[in-house]
Ligand binder design. Structure first.
Ligand SMILES: NC(=O)c1ccc[n+]([C@@H]2O[C@H](COP(=O)([O-])OP(=O)(O)OC[C@H]3O[C@@H](n4cnc5c(N)ncnc54)[C@H](O)[C@@H]3O)[C@@H](O)[C@H]2O)c1
Length: 438
């Protein structure tokens, strides 16, 4: 394909060289004469493993050139990759000025491209930036309509400096955010033959994904460092600890716990996080991320209460009381705080849980129920239908199998609040569905 790469910094120069080495014809554009000159001489404008070899080979094969004049680059351009910087503004917000300017210049060249051109943002930008801010710039500059006359897409860059070339060729996942099929098809062709999975999604999903990735990476760094500081204070070898930590690929390094749902609870996480936090405090150690776990979890519970209260309906049915399905352990189940608040505010609350049998609970845990859950005995019902029928707002609070299709029981005047992302949306044919964080 004929590809234009705007911005020959860390992202753009790697993209240019790697795509040229895959057989595409690439023209790089930068305001910097130095960077353009480097590429033209077959040299790398940045220090990056293996890049200079790729650039000189691509130059020699006639597949890579560079210019400061975007108008000269645009004829024949099927794909334009915008890789200019998106720095922080003084208040920490995102500065899109460079991208806007680059898009205006690209836009002026689109009419002269002589082909269907897809403009692909690769710079990191917040959701809504492409469709809300850059597409209008392109449409103004071209006088054309995006999605019909030219394409717009977002393709987040996941490379790491230092291993950028290896990351490009060994990518596990390439994400394409596209609003029209032509743009998605153009990017599929561009990356054809590159290993790993290629996922096509919406532009906004692709935009936020990059931030979810980087926030998580930053969180991993500070988490490991906090565990390290605590271990050092305890006289424990933190590397030995984390070497073992990363060997658990079932719970630690896995997809587990990484889907938005309800707050954590149960008999272990709450008490163990508290104990760890308390030990750090006692050692006079500041561990802000570990400190923030409890308030963040509490905030999520409050969000659930706000969501339920928002409908201003008095009869609430709660399905699922234990902190996860298939257990009758009620200790520190976060939904109990929601129920306690609603009962305290005078809501009429009915409860259901397939694993909680009042006689057994009272037999084994009478004291706990009498002290902590005095409202439970008179509100718990064995019949799911009775709870749903007697409620204005039905809250699903654990992913028991029998709640999956609960939408089918709903009347059109009822509201379903799903706190655990467990309800089959297709079952909700009447009434309203509201998720907690989705
Ligand atoms: N560096 C990384 O490892 C990395 C990884 C993933 C994503 N990103 C994102 O990619 C984007 C680019 O990052 P970078 O590190 O390559 O930036 P960079 O500062 O190294 O390069 C940006 C280049 O764009 C050029 N430029 C600016 N305006 C231009 C214009 N109107 N026309 C032509 N060229 C123009 C600049 O001269 C510069 O050479 C940023 O949004 C960044 O957040 C960076």
């Amino acid at each position: 394909m004929r590809v234009v790469v705007v911005g020959l910094g860390y992202v753009g120069s790697v993209c240019s060289a790697c795509l040229a080495s895959r057989g595409h014809t690439v023209v790089g554009v930068d305001l910097s004469e130095f960077k353009v000159g480097c590429i033209e001489r077959g040299r790398s404008p940045i220090v990056e493993n293996g890049l200079e070899t790729l650039i000189s080979e691509a130059r020699a094969a006639g597949r890579l050139s560079a210019t400061t004049d975007i108008a000269r680059a645009m004829p024949g351009a099927e794909v334009v990759l915008v890789c200019v910087g998106t720095p922080s503004a003084p208040d920490g917000s995102l500065d899109l000025d460079h991208v806007k300017r680059a898009c205006a210049e690209v836009g002026h060249g689109i009419r002269s491209s002589g082909t269907f051109t897809t403009v692909v943002m690769r710079s990191t930008m917040l959701p809504g930036s492409v469709e809300g801010e850059l597409q209008p710039v392109l449409e103004r500059a071209t006088g054309l309509t995006a999605g019909r006359d030219f394409g717009v897409a977002y393709n987040p860059e996941f490379l790491r400096e230092g291993t950028a070339v290896a990351d490009f060729f060994g990518a596990e996942l390439t994400v394409i955010g596209a609003a029209d099929p032509q743009s998605a098809a153009a990017l599929r062709r561009l990356y054809d033959g590159i290993g790993g999975e290629l996922a096509v999604t919406s532009i906004r999903t692709a935009e936020i994904l990059k931030y979810a990735n980087n926030a998580y990476h930053a969180l991993k760094v500070v988490f490991a460092n906090e565990i390290g500081r605590l271990c050092k204070r305890e006289g424990i070898d933190s590397h030995q600890v984390m070497d073992l930590f990363v060997r658990d690929t079932r719970l630690n390094l896995s997809a587990y716990y990484l889907k938005p749902g309800f707050a954590y609870g149960g008999s272990c996480l709450p008490k163990d996080v508290r104990a760890l936090r308390q030990r750090a405090r006692a050692r006079d150690l500041e561990l802000p991320v570990i400190e923030a776990i409890v308030p963040s979890n509490d905030r999520h519970v409050e969000e659930a209460i706000h969501l339920i209260e928002r409908f201003r309906r008095r009869r609430v049915g709660v399905l699922g009381l234990s902190f996860k399905a298939e257990t009758d352990d009620l200790r520190e189940s976060p939904i109990l705080r929601v129920i306690g608040t609603l009962v305290g505010k005078g809501y009429s609350v009915l409860l259901h849980d397939p694993n909680i049998d009042m006689e057994r609970v009272l037999g084994a845990n009478r004291k706990f129920v009498e002290e902590e859950l005095p409202y439970l005995p008179e509100r718990l019902r064995p019949d799911l239908r009775e709870v749903v029928e007697g409620s204005d707002v039905v809250v699903v609070a654990n992913p028991s199998k029998e709640y999956r299709a609960v939408g089918a029981l709903l009347r059109s005047d009822q509201v379903l609040v799903d706190l655990v992302h467990a309800v089959d949306r297709a079952s909700v044919t009447r009434g309203e569905y509201h998720g907690l964080a989705w």
